[in-house]
Design a binder for this molecule. Sequence first.
Ligand code: NAI
Ligand code: MG
Length: 352
Amino acid sequence: MKIAVLPGDGIGPEVTQEALRVLDALQLPGLTLLEGDVGAAGYRKHGHPLPPETLAMAREADAVLFGAVGDPACDNLDRHLRPEQAVLGLRKELDLFANLRPAKGFDGLEELSALRPEIAREIDLVIVRELTGDVYFGDKARHVLPDGRREGWDRMAYAEDEVRRIAHVAFRTAQTRGNRVTSVDKANVLETSRLWREVVEEVAAEYPDVALEHMYVDNAAMQLVKAPGAFDVVLTGNLFGDILSDQASMCVGSIGLLASASLGERQTDYGTFGLYEPIHGSAPDIAGQGKANPMATILSAAMMLRHSFGLEAEAARIENAVASALKDGVRGGDLGGTLGCAAIGEAVCERL
Ligand code: NAI
Ligand code: MG
């Protein structure tokens, strides 16, 4: 089982180290770790944020564990050399079209949620966001109209196969949870959304055990803060998913707690190839100070064991260890506590 570990910049290396410590504590047999440079670290060493040798290493591995990229010192570089291009490049090159972001309330953290505690306690959902299509990847242009006004446009498009494959991921995910899918679109005004709805209906017919409902994105935004407990799996496109997943994460408590998986269709000997990363960035304001909360990265490693290696029991052990640490009051600065990155990693390992 080969894991390409790409720590990246800022707090990336600090939080990745704690995730590796947790994996080490599980003593999984047959695990090989490869380490590659990415982001500003890749640029400094190899002249590119996603050096060819790093991409080759990721392709050769069964899964990628990613820290974070981004460095204020690179702000003036050309767009294609900026550290953030590394994560976009990896998603695109590895065809990682399905982004899974679970948002689940933790016992003892309800007070830190942006929602009322009794509502926050109910959250247990996964957003399944399409990651390689939509308006983000459509043609873009800027020009000047004949009358001199500037105009910009971005083309929003989805082909049916793009919708179909992400819909399958959502329905399969629902089968492992509460058997409910809420497909979020804007079918009252967008043609892409009408096609989206049609195709999702077709796919739903293959999953008679899963209940499907459709919801307009504006209503979904409202329901997410009003009654998040009503959602199980939220299936949506790239743009709506970007916004709703950040919104859902804030309902839980801290950015330092939320994990993600980006999956493709490629199967390895052990499971589905994927890239796993915390949803936060490189946090330059606290980098190098040992202050970061590594839980999001530790939970991302748990997702990796589940999806890429079929190690469900081990994934659950990690998740339970994190939940129990939080319940016992293990808190980093992001949760109003004083524990550092290594101490939090240590606390999770003790509970394993
Ligand atoms: P950020 O997520 O890095 O930080 C936002 C705030 O949350 C900061 O105050 C930071 O200290 C805090 N924070 C983040 N993670 C934390 C953790 N694990 N423990 C404790 N506190 C934590 O987002 P920001 O500041 O907008 O971006 C910083 C850099 O990261 C930029 O260069 C940005 O482009 C990049 N970025 C990279 C991502 C990636 O690698 N996938 C995702 C988001 C941003
Ligand atoms: Mg976002």
